[in-house]
Write a protein that binds this ligand. Structure first.
Ligand SMILES: [Zn+2]
Length: 450
């Protein structure tokens, strides 16, 4: 049992209940036993007491869009649009293998954990023929770091020879991709409420996937009761591609192939007109908002205020590390708030709403909001205690404002199901230096430097 006291608490419950000075109690079952103002009651047995003076406790952040393998190809194609960036990087990604992906995932997930993330998805869609078991490699990395993991089995089957964007050698055969996706569900997916590992089905994007794969992937996911994820409405180039090839906008295409619904979450959703937003809201289709990546690629800025006003589930994503080198989920809170305000002025998002995106909004996208995303009695104890009394934050009295408006905060303690994964700014189960060394070696290997 863990008792956290003398701490500001942002519960992110339905009323955004906030305690300036409160407590959270974590039970032996890894779930939240109590939360409230003032001190915790008396508890018997073996108890770890955490003094949260100077800190804020929030639900652990949920990362709803990522490509972990990209950690080893950061800093490339720095001044490109999405299509220019992709065509530069596809040939390099064609050299991925399990060792490289494992090293990238270790580095990426270690860094995410240090940035306040307790649950991350990953969207992996490059499976070179002789690359080994890359999905297994990233799952092992997630187990090492200790985060809750939602890897998606991605796929691409539309290459240049058929009018798609990726080169021929990085795509898969349609039926083989579907079979491998179902095999991943069989092997890894845990449907239980406490699950540390869940699989989703994730063909990559309209310009790299055939209509057949989109349709059959949706059928597969629904037959197996898992969720669906893809990139949609990220750039003007993609919209032009859809208009030319399918004669409709990306969201109308998604509707046509059975990809709107409350079991679907879409990465980006930047270029959406009013009718598209209405459709997402009416169907409960989620959006993984990735404001830093959108800014890095100059893709545009998502209409998050309007999405929220239409009750669209919106989570935050850092997106692949090669399309935004910061990859810090805590920092994405501020980027989301700034992006909303650049579009709609200072009333268009406040600190509590930004925090909702990073927590309960993400949990909704992943279908885990019954168990994750807020600090409420009975929910899983995925919690982050942020240190907010140092040089960067002292004097910002509202600790939620300090977290969102201030510089990226250090994690004092991060729990996943009540088990620590970060303590005093250090990973508990892995060594950051060794993760860095492995990532460096993988970076050199994939660039062909050795
Ligand atoms: Zn992406």
């Amino acid at each position: 049992m863990i008792i956290i006291e003398n701490v500001a608490v942002a519960t992110v419950d339905a009323n955004d209940t906030y305690h300036d000075d409160g407590h959270v109690v974590v039970g032996d079952d890894g779930r939240i036993a109590a939360v409230g103002a003032g001190h915790a009651g008396r508890y018997q047995g073996s108890v770890r007491r955490v003094d949260g003076t100077g800190c804020l406790v929030t639900p652990g952040l949920v990362n709803t869009h990522h490509h972990l393998y990209q950690w080893v190809t950061r800093g490339l194609a720095l001044d490109e649009t999405l299509f220019g960036w992709l065509t530069t990087l596809y040939p390099i990604w064609g050299r991925l293998d399990a060792e490289i992906v494992g090293a990238a995932a270790g580095a990426g997930l270690g860094w995410l954990a240090l940035s306040g993330c307790t649950t991350s998805m990953d969207h992996h869609y490059v499976f070179p023929r002789d690359g080994g078991d890359v999905l297994e490699a990233e799952i092992e990395a997630a187990r090492l770091i200790g985060v809750r993991f939602h890897p998606t089995r991605g796929s691409m089957d539309l290459s240049q020879k058929d009018g798609g964007l990726p080169p021929d050698h990085v795509v898969e055969d349609t039926d083989a991709a579907l079979a491998a996706t179902e095999a991943a569900i069989d092997r890894w997916h845990d449907p239980s409420p406490d699950a540390m590992l869940q699989i989703a089905v994730a063909p990559c994007s309209p310009f790299s996937v055939t209509q057949k794969l989109m349709t059959e992937a949706a059928d597969l996911a629904r037959r197996r009761g898992v969720r669906l994820h893809t990139h949609l409405a990220e750039t003007d180039d993609e919209e032009e591609f859809c208009l030319e090839r399918f004669g409709c906008t990306p969201v109308d295409y998604a509707e046509r192939v059975g990809w709107l619904g409350d079991d679907v979450w879409l990465a980006h959703g930047v270029h959406l007109d009013d009718s598209a937003i209405t459709k997402l809201g009416a169907t409960g289709t989620g959006v993984a908002h990735c404001p830093s990546s959108n800014a890095r690629l100059g893709a545009g800025s998502a209409r998050v205020r309007e999405l929220l006003d239409h009750r669209v589930p919106v989570g935050l994503g850092v997106d692949g590390a090669a399309s935004q080198e910061v990859s810090h989920l805590g920092a994405e809170l501020r980027q989301a708030l700034y992006t909303a305000r650049q579009r709609g002025g200072p009333k268009s998002m406040n600190a509590a709403e930004a925090l909702r995106l990073g927590t309960i909004g993400g949990a909704r996208c992943l279908g885990r909001d019954n168990d994750l995303g807020s600090i409420e009695r009975g929910k899983l104890a995925d919690l982050v205690i942020w240190r907010l009394d140092g040089l960067g934050h002292e004097g910002i009295d509202d600790k939620r404002a300090a977290l969102v408006f201030g510089p990226p905060a250090a994690v004092e303690l991060s729990l996943v199901g009540g088990r620590p994964i970060v303590e005093r700014g250090e990973l508990v189960h892995a060594d950051a230096e060794s993760l860095t060394r492995q990532a460096r070696r993988a970076h050199r290997r994939i660039l062909g430097d050795r």
